[in-house]
Design a protein around this ligand. Structure first.
Ligand SMILES: [Zn+2]
Length: 429
């Protein structure tokens, strides 16, 4: 029977936002744990999928089926921080249209684009501003992605670049998770349909299939050394309300905005309400040849990248009881002539044990374990340990264990007797 995990709303620190159901499925496939729902305020119409990736408890949410664009997304994310007050960072994870600029930005289907301030901002709302004869002059500047996430992006990139020959790439590892789900496995695989990029001015002729287009209309690109490798691009992401389906307009708008390599429709609705890192798997080339065949795989690579970000980001501690200082004292039956009292100092030295400062909010747990039946060695070790704590904290007298530790437990006969002995001592003093 699966264990049911139910956490309080304030245990969640990361929001993962999707737009399409196919993106949600890709994200949930990346969860290490699934959690029970937490009760929501009446009137909050969001439905969250809760779980854990690495050290981070995550809340996954998106607009209702069929809704897309920045208004739909702003309605959803505006309520996240009300429901989960400790959610500090978000990732917008899903699919987008690519804009290849050859040879410098050779974006291909199944690559990942991360919205990052490179030459321009991370996200530009390209259709908002003043209408001039030659197009829109953008007048709005959007918030940056959270600094923490941009630092994690660098850590992920650093590791990715330094990967030695033969090490498994994290995309391969995370994408393997789909094989566990028989209904998803096939759909989320890399499609066998060839990745064809057509000349910007060649529009898709009505009533034809892209597979029948003349090869002369195709932009020739060199084969990649590793044809199935997922490449990561860092670029401005172009966000607007229109579904971009024109090669010429795509190139024109991108040229005006730092040669951005990705179009999508939601990031602009998000950045000022809930700053996010935008992660887009490329499923088409934002032109009239748009089709759906690559969507699931593109959502899968974006979700795999998001998982790697969360696995790389260090744990963030919320509560005093998380990540406590744990000190174990283990007594043992004494052999003749053995001085177990020295072991209190050994604990301090061997484990680099440093007593916490008395002002620290961190909780301390003492675990007494006794191999014997008298608890004598545990008590002796404990006495020495308290002496070390006294020295480190510069106190006049050694504190009683119950003055220093927040939780004390005993295991084994010796440990139990030791714990009880000093409890008696405490009651007397
Ligand atoms: Zn076509």
């Amino acid at each position: 029977m699966a264990i049911k995990i139910r956490l309080k709303a304030d245990a969640y620190t990361v929001g993962l936002i999707y737009v399409k159901p196919l993106e949600m499925h890709a994200i949930t496939a990346m969860l290490d744990e699934h959690h029970e729902a937490v009760p929501m305020r009446l009137g909050d119409d969001n439905e969250y999928t809760l779980g854990k990736i690495g050290y981070h408890n995550v809340a996954i949410v998106g607009p209702p089926r069929g809704a897309q664009g920045k208004v739909a997304i702003a309605n959803v994310v505006g309520r996240i921080c009300l429901a989960f007050k400790n959610i500090r960072v978000g990732l917008l994870v899903g699919i987008g249209g690519g804009v290849p600029h050859l040879p410098e930005s050779d974006v291909r289907l199944g690559d990942v684009v991360v919205g990052a301030p490179e030459v321009g901002p991370a996200v530009v709302q390209y259709d908002f501003g003043k209408q001039l004869p030659d197009g829109v002059e953008v007048t709005r500047t959007l918030n940056k992605p959270p600094e923490l996430l941009l630092k994690v992006v660098d850590k992920v990139e650093d590791r990715y670049q330094r990967a030695s020959e033969g090490t498994e790439d994290f995309f391969v590892k995370h994408l393997r998770r789909f094989a566990e789900f028989p209904r998803m496995g096939d759909r989320y695989k890399r499609p066998s349909i060839p990745d064809r990029l057509f000349r910007a001015e060649y529009d898709h002729p009505e009533g034809t299939f892209c597979s029948t287009h003349d090869h002369l209309q195709e932009v020739k690109r060199p084969d990649r050394d590793r044809p199935h490798e997922v490449r990561i691009h860092y670029s401005t992401i172009l966000s607007g309300d229109l579904v971009m389906k024109s090669g010429l307009m795509r190139d024109q708008i991108s040229a005006k905005h730092h040669n951005a390599v990705c179009f999508e429709m939601e990031a602009a609705g998000l950045m000022d309400v809930f700053p996010c890192l935008v992660i887009r798997g490329i499923c088409d080339y934002s032109d009239s040849h748009k089709s759906k065949e690559w969507q699931e795989y593109a959502a899968a690579v974006a979700a795999a990248y998001a998982r790697e970000i969360l696995l790389t980001m260090a744990k963030r501690v919320l509560h005093e009881l998380e990540d406590p200082e744990i000190v174990g004292v283990r007594g043992a039956p004494q052999a003749a002539g053995q001085d177990s009292s020295r072991r209190g100092e050994d604990i301090a030295r061997d484990s680099n044990y440093r007593p916490r400062a008395s002002s620290s909010a961190k909780k301390s747990i003492l675990s007494l374990d006794g191999g014997g039946i008298r608890g004598y060695s545990s008590l002796m070790i404990l006495e020495r340990l308290m002496g070390e704590i006294k020295k480190t904290l510069g106190l006049a007298t050694a504190p009683l264990p119950c003055q220093y530790f927040d939780i004390i437990g005993g295991a084994g006969t010796g440990g139990y007797i030791a714990a009880e002995s000093f409890l008696n001592l405490y009651q007397r003093s």
